[in-house]
Design a binder for this molecule. Structure first.
Ligand code: GDP
Length: 137
């Protein structure tokens, strides 16, 4: 079993797409081990995306991610990291495959509806950013 961090980003929350995304997650066979709605501060978003701090889109990304509430989840499944990234689709919704979450619910490379960890080490640190171990089912 593997865990990954998933986020329903502010664009998908404000568009009313939390339920549709959760339904896809459950139907795809992930166990939701943790789930919270949080409103990130700008500093909180900067901390979460610290690896991207030198990228040109860092300012826009962290402003966007702190612009409204998000839903953070720890998802559990075999190969959860890769399977969640497949379900999300490519970073840019325009490049994402038909039927993927980013294709369905994203509107730009920045406002792309969902986040997913990209490796076991980042999954562990990203889950710990939002959940204490004792909180996870
Ligand atoms: P991910 O792992 O598919 O989320 O992609 P990355 O780790 O490369 O980027 C993190 C997040 O930054 C993405 O999900 C986007 O929201 C945002 N992002 C990535 N590339 C760009 C870009 O070129 N422009 C802007 N504005 N945002 C970007």
């Amino acid at each position: 079993m593997e865990r990954t961090l998933a986020i329903v980003k502010p664009d998908a929350v404000s568009a009313g797409n939390i339920g549709k995304i959760l339904k896809e997650i459950e139907e795809a066979g992930f166990l939701i081990a943790g789930l919270r709605m949080v409103r990130l501060s700008k500093a909180g978003a900067e901390g979460f995306y610290a690896v991207h701090r030198d990228r040109p889109f860092f300012e826009n990304l962290t402003s966007f991610m702190s612009s409204g509430p998000v839903v953070v989840m720890a998802l559990e499944a075999e190969s959860a990291i890769g399977r969640w990234r497949t379900l999300m689709g490519a970073t840019d919704p325009a490049q994402a495959e038909e039927g993927t979450l980013r294709r369905r619910f994203g509107s730009s490379i920045e406002r792309n509806a969902t986040h997913g960890s990209d490796a076991p080490e980042t999954a562990a640190s990203e889950i710990a950013y939002f959940f204490r171990g004792v909180e996870l089912g």
